[in-house]
Design a protein around this ligand. Structure first.
Ligand SMILES: [Zn+2]
Length: 229
């Protein structure tokens, strides 16, 4: 793994989740730029960003860019929203059909800006079925999720591990490399919102995502377990 595509969700006319003047789009761009600096400082990575400013990039264009640039991993960064101000936690998704209504609702919210619609569902279903990096994406989601939870709980005792999940996110469709979407916090949580305004917590999130990438890379180096006999 050398070239990492980082995708800060939303931007421009699409602020994503919003509480007062605080937007998901602004938060995840800041986290993405922090993650880029960490990956470049590490020395072992090249980075491709799908956006560097507050502009809107169509969802389809984001994976297309990662494909064109020959990225080895695609990491889409988002923040969650809930009608319940007490809901907190981190979760990481890979592309597949949703297994529960909450995952379905999260994908629907994140897909809202897409020009494609659910009327294209048959195409979507075919694309998901053809997704040939499913196992790798699930593994990458596991590495990112573990890293997020382990690092953030040191600062945020109330953070919950909402786990690795699957749902049909438009932004992950068509990626030719392992690809995941991380929901790094709830902007609607009163406690998270206070932390998310601090440089330290944003840096913690970026560092956690970097841990996740490293953890995944490390897992690839382990020799496969082969039954001997
Ligand atoms: Zn989002």
């Amino acid at each position: 793994v050398a070239r990492i595509a980082i995708d800060p969700g939303h931007g421009g006319h699409d602020p994503g989740a919003k509480v007062g003047g605080f937007t998901e789009a602004g938060l995840v761009l800041d986290v993405a730029l922090r993650l880029e600096r960490l990956l470049l400082a590490d020395g072992g990575f090249a980075v491709v960003l799908t956006r560097r400013t507050d502009v809107y990039v169509p969802l389809e264009e984001r994976t297309a860019l990662a494909n064109r640039e020959g990225a080895d991993l695609f990491l889409s960064i988002h923040a969650n929203a809930s009608s319940n101000a007490a809901t907190q936690g981190v979760e990481t998704y890979f592309l597949d059909f949703a297994l529960d209504q909450e995952a379905e609702a999260t994908a629907a919210r994140e897909n809202a800006s897409s020009a494609r619609s659910m009327r294209e569902l048959p195409d979507l279903v075919r694309t998901i079925a053809l997704h040939n990096k499913l196992a790798e994406s699930r593994d990458l989601a596991g590495s990112v999720q573990t890293a997020l939870y382990e690092r953030l709980r040191k600062t945020n005792r109330n953070v919950r591990d909402l786990g690795v999940k699957q749902a049909p996110f438009m932004v992950l469709i068509g990626a030719t490399m392992p690809s995941v979407l991380a929901e790094v916090s709830f902007v609607t949580s009163r406690q998270d919102a206070a932390l998310l305004r601090t440089d330290k917590y944003r840096q913690d999130i970026a560092a956690a995502l970097m841990d996740g990438v490293r953890r995944y890379r490390q897992s690839l180096k382990k020799p496969p377990v082969v039954a001997t006999r």
